[in-house]
Design a binder for this molecule. Structure first.
Ligand code: ADP
Ligand code: MG
Length: 250
């Protein structure tokens, strides 16, 4: 087991349970995420992976347990408050504004209400523009800033959505199967993107592509029937007979 003593965790999930009409989709689950960590959650279909993200972002209410993000109890907060606290979440299907340009998609995602610029809108505009340029470059979309999102490839839409989350500078970013439907080249670039962004935040990724997992994971948590089946380095979980039996062996 990993030694979790004396660590400053960004996220602590403890004894978390959610019951849907008596069925425990997440069952007494505990895991801990460190700063600058890319945690990958793997496991068979129906293991409870997406439900864990739903619980963290406040979309689904827990039956019992606790979720602590930077010392704040997320179970007491609404979805918008959780976003405001610094948790960004990307769903499985991209949800960008198809009729708007890449630039406009990033612009509307820029956090509102940062009072530092006061009434000096032109200064805010310049700061927003600079940030959009920076994010576009990060997500490989510099050349597409003026293009309607509708004309982007599926992979580029996924990147745009990641950019729309990054512009809010979340301290924890959660991605549900971000490379599904991407080409090999796009997967490689996405791995590179994730490896860069963990310099400033923690990331939780749900993923099935084990090659991709190997490229990004700091640590892997294997979920099975709403519980942790195994946890540790990629090598550790890959060689764990329990994991081979319920997941990797298939
Ligand atoms: P995974 O993402 O690992 O494939 P999910 O978290 O989507 O799994 O689902 C885990 C289990 O919980 C599944 O059996 C699913 O049918 C069930 N489930 C998820 N959300 C709900 C819900 N809102 N109501 C009832 N059952 C649900
Ligand atoms: Mg899922």
């Amino acid at each position: 087991m990993l030694d979790y003593n004396n660590k400053n965790f960004v996220l602590m999930v403890e004894d978390l349970t959610v019951s849907f009409d008596g069925f425990k989709a997440v069952n007494d689950l505990s895991f801990y995420v460190e700063p600058n960590e890319c945690r990958v959650i793997i496991g068979p279909n129906g293991a409870g992976k997406t439900t864990v993200l739903d619980l963290i972002c406040g979309r689904t209410r827990a039956t019992s347990g606790s979720i602590t993000f930077k010392g704040q109890n997320l179970l007491k907060m609404r979805e918008d408050q959780i976003v405001h606290a610094g948790v960004g979440r990307k769903f499985q299907t991209p949800s960008v504004y198809e009729d708007l340009s890449v630039f406009a998609n990033l612009e509307i995602s820029y956090p509102k209400g940062h009072g530092v610029f006061g009434a000096l809108f032109f200064r805010r505009d310049a700061a927003v523009r600079e940030r959009i340029t920076e994010i576009a470059e990060m997500v490989f979309l510099t050349e597409h800033l003026g293009q309607k999102a509708a004309f982007l490839s599926h992979g580029q839409k996924q990147w745009l959505e990641i950019g729309m989350l990054l512009i809010q500078d979340p301290e924890l970013l959660m991605l549900d199967e971000p490379v599904a439907g991407m080409s090999v080249a796009e997967r490689r670039k996405t791995a590179d993107l994730l490896n860069r962004i963990i310099a400033d935040r923690s990331v939780i990724v749900i993923e099935h592509d084990m090659g991709f997992v190997a490229d990004i994971a700091t640590r892997v948590t294997v979920l099975h029937q709403g519980q942790v089946l195994s946890e540790g380095s990629m090598e550790h979980v890959q060689n764990d007979p329990k994991v081979v039996e319920v997941y990797l062996g298939h």
